[in-house]
Design a protein around this ligand. Structure first.
Ligand code: FMN
Length: 349
């Protein structure tokens, strides 16, 4: 099977298998009955590795490399422009191998000439490849993805992953735009956060478990799976986000992703310390079934609700939201205890 057909399989399987899970249910925000601020004062702006955004949500890497992907990317880019949020394209490796696919990515910049757009490629990339894909879409930033479970689940996937950290360091040195390292749905723990910081990474998208699951997507393509059905593999989004926030000491910008679809979850992730929340499966689902206008209105609704929830926390900015008390309970608390993370400080801040 060629890369383009595989991309198309992923897209359709992700759409067919889309489901929502109750992520971040072990995190509770505490209501403020006397917030002393006005709705109009609420400022949603945030920044990520030196880039400023008006809104703290973005559309994460999804697609490119098929004719269908051309249409989808065109629509996603115009949604991102209308809602005024950043977006990432899917892995551009396919466009390096076959120039015919370049246009499925370039369309994004044509649709959204002034927006914040992230390029995307795997950690195997050479600095020159990275630079080339950034130029292809005049990217403002570059996402480097880590997707080992997916590669192992794929019959035709990579089997050698040595030297990735060194590679990432070389790319950071070579390209002149900010670099985000991201998972694709299995989470990042604190040990790897530290390693990434050591090599100079300034932003990590934890992309935890709880949304799109690439082991399951790959398994549905195979008669004989290479990995067991992986409902339980991966670090859930809440645990990964907590580990990342705790180990970054504010020297790293954290992007939360993995299963986000509701404003309450977005508010919780930002309150815990994420700079931005990225969504993939959810916008794809809305776009596919209900179209572009509906996606615009759903995303605007998420932002409206986020404003209201910030007000009900007494926070007029994302940085104030990070100072409101959060209760971390249940399984997430157990995870934190076992990993040596003190969650009481969040409840008492
Ligand atoms: N992540 C990448 O970094 N590169 C990709 O090329 C890529 N392709 C994806 C294709 C599809 C159809 C989907 C649904 C996701 C893809 N992702 C890719 C992963 C997402 O960016 C995100 O990390 C993951 O889906 C978890 O977020 P979600 O639960 O909101 O979907």
């Amino acid at each position: 099977i060629n890369r383009s057909d595989r991309k198309s399989d992923h897209l359709h399987l992700a759409i067919n298998q889309y489901d929502t899970q109750n992520i971040l249910e072990d995190i509770k925000l505490l209501h403020n009955c006397l917030p002393e601020c006005n709705y109009d004062e609420i400022n949603l702006s945030t920044s990520l590795c030196g880039l400023n955004f008006n809104n703290p949500i973005m559309i994460n890497a999804i697609t490119g490399g098929t004719q269908e992907a051309y249409q989808l990317n065109k629509k996603i880019a115009s949604v991102a422009r209308e809602v005024n949020i950043p977006m990432a394209v899917g892995s551009q490796k396919i466009a390096l191998e076959d120039q015919n696919y370049q246009d499925t990515f370039e369309v994004v910049r044509r649709e959204n000439p002034r927006g914040v757009i992230f390029a995307n490629i795997g950690a195997y990339a050479t600095p020159q490849m990275a630079q080339q894909i950034c130029e292809m879409i005049k990217a403002d930033g570059l996402q480097i993805h880590l997707n080992i479970p997916q590669e192992l689940a794929m019959g035709e996937g990579d089997r050698s992953f040595q030297g990735y950290a060194n590679n990432i360091a070389k790319i950071i040195d070579y390209v002149d735009i900010p670099v985000i390292v991201k998972e694709v749905g299995f989470g990042v723990k604190k040990e790897e956060i530290s390693k990434l910081m050591d090599i100079g990474v300034k932003a990590v998208d934890i992309s935890g478990c709880g949304g799109t699951n690439f082991i399951n997507l790959e398994n549905s393509r195979l008669e004989q799976p290479n990995l067991p059905s992986a409902k339980d593999w991966g670090i859930d989004t809440g645990s990964s986000l907590l580990e990342a926030v705790e180990s970054s000491y504010h020297n790293l910008d954290i992007i939360a992703s993995g299963g986000f679809s509701r404003s309450i979850e977005i508010t919780k992730a930002l309150a815990l310390g994420a700079r931005c929340v990225a969504l993939a499966g959810y916008p794809l689902h809305i776009l596919w079934h209900y179209g572009q206008d509906e996606l615009i209105s759903q995303l605007e609704q998420l932002l409206t609700e986020l404003r209201s929830m910030m007000l009900m926390c007494g926070a007029t900015s994302i940085s104030q939201l990070c100072q409101t008390p959060l209760l971390i309970t249940g399984k997430l608390r157990e995870h934190a205890d076992l990993r040596g993370i003190d969650v009481k400080k969040y409840a008492r801040r």
